[in-house]
Design a protein around this ligand. Sequence first.
Ligand code: ADP
Ligand code: MG
Length: 448
Amino acid sequence: MDLEQLWQSTLGEMEIQLSRANFATWLKNSRLFDKKDGTFYISLPNNFAKEWVENKYNKNLLGIMRNFDTSARKLEFVVANQATEPLSPSAPTQKLDNTIGLEFKVDPETNLNPRYTMQSFVVGPSNELAFAAASSIVNEIGTKYNPFFVYGLVGLGKTHLIQAIGNEINSRYQRKIRPKYVSSEKFTSDIVWGIRNKRMEDMKRKYRDVDVLIIDDIQFIGGKEKTEEEFFHTFNALYEANKQIIISSDRPPQSIPTLEERLRSRFEGGLITDIGYPEYETRVAIIKSKLQETGLVLSDAVVDIIAKKVKKNIRELEGVLKKILFYQDKKQTAINESVAEEIIEKSIQSSFKRVNDGQILKAVAEFFNISIEDLISHNRRKEVVKPRQIAMYLLRDISELSYPYIGEKMGRDHTTAIHSYEKINQEVNKNPNLNQEILSIKDIIFKS
Ligand code: ADP
Ligand code: MG
């Protein structure tokens, strides 16, 4: 076995162990170029990849390699070309727009955007369960995890993942299996259109005549009775025919207010999994993978800064990356850390603008599908008592308002405000559902 073959065989094994995106990000351009006294020399395209592979994959690689060549004792990693790569002369923003999804080439038949693939989905601890489930669905459509329900906060990759399932099915089965993607807003407006134009039969056919129905952001159908009703029947028709149903939401089924019980229990009959905040390593891998897609280069220090500062939203991460690359292109010189930091601070600041009481109340009311009047009323129904306590908690937690002020705002005395804050504050650490609800509400507040 020559070095080239040995390396290809080793990578072949490694590819099975890693996610495709991680494999492509870290090992695609590696090479085994020399060996001497049991030390094998591997080159990697840059220092970042070198350190990464050295720290994370050294042992695995050596272990695999020794199966093919028992003389291997040690691996040495080196950077292939020490000279820094020149900046790409071509227009970066356009290329970046393509990968970052501004250029839509949505397939009119399936509504899928081909840019969302399993290959470009970087896998880490925060999303690996969801990714594993998605991958196995492609192999066992309709039978393994049905329905598949994935939830998580905004910008963490739900749409990417569920569309990737559709795209993977398309490429794997050459369109013999028909997926269809729809946002729940579009589904709702189709139902409304069908009713208004007496064309419900057409609408029924449209959504039942598919093999895989992918419906995004299902939380929006909660409380829309006619739409829920129609979705329920569509769901049953597909389910009984062993068709696959894939659903995303910003929260778990039990936290969608006014979702009919029968739909909720249908969702709970399948697999429910969440996507969380990405860890530092995953954020780095995502940035690296976006850079690789565009062929643009950033220094490792700048990549590190972006990954350290932008933590909670991958869409935001992409936005910051794009701004930095744009700046770098304009200046025609590699960006340094302090400039990068400045750009990041500016974009993050604008998303952390101060919020006012009204926005907090509005977000709570919106989330629980009640009115602001309900929130500040003296109604004791369970459906409003909890949201009211959460509102008081958030007024304190986010805006650090005084208890008397909060009490007055909510038409109560300050002891009620204290009690509400403390109750929620204690429970939030013990009850993951409540925690998730609070996170979702904060998300609405900071996005508005
Ligand atoms: P959500 O639907 O949860 O709000 P999206 O799927 O729209 O989030 O993701 C936001 C952006 O981040 C998209 O451009 C998506 O491609 C990107 N993204 C999210 N997760 C990943 C990931 N794991 N790997 C690569 N890109 C990702
Ligand atoms: Mg989405």
